[in-house]
Design a protein around this ligand. Structure first.
Ligand SMILES: [Zn+2]
Length: 124
């Protein structure tokens, strides 16, 4: 598995475990549906092709599969959910950060993989 796929996978697990309650239940940022974390996606508000926000813990949130995969991220309600969680400026800040070009080195990928892997162990 290449580093980007490996980090995507670990980061997605981290986001969903972070958002889960003690019973492992996550609430969809866009529609409020509740599901067990393994049945959720980690959805990106700004598309993950923007590398500067691909691993942003603000840009990436637990989202139900129906919103993430079939409703184009249910983006209007995603914005509402983000503002409720982080304050009204959050969307503007993400839009500015979106313009930043980021290119990670192999070492940076490996460091982030290690970091999120340790975070996941802490949850377990
Ligand atoms: Zn949803």
């Amino acid at each position: 598995m290449n580093l980007i796929k490996k980090l995507d996978k670990i980061f997605s697990i981290y986001i969903r475990m972070r958002d889960a309650d003690k019973d492992g239940i996550c609430v969809c940022i866009s529609c409020g549906q509740r599901h067990y974390w393994k049945l959720m996606d980690a959805g990106h508000f700004v598309n993950r092709r923007y590398m500067g926000l691909r691993y942003s813990e603000t840009n990436c949130q637990s989202q139900c599969r129906s919103c993430n995969r079939f409703d184009e991220g249910n983006i209007i309600n995603f914005a509402k959910g983000l503002k409720a969680k982080y304050g009204k400026d959050v969307v503007d800040k993400l839009m500015i950060a979106k313009k930043t070009t980021v290119k990670y080195t192999k070492f940076e990928f490996e460091t982030m993989i290690k970091y999120y892997r340790e975070k996941i162990f802490e949850f377990e």
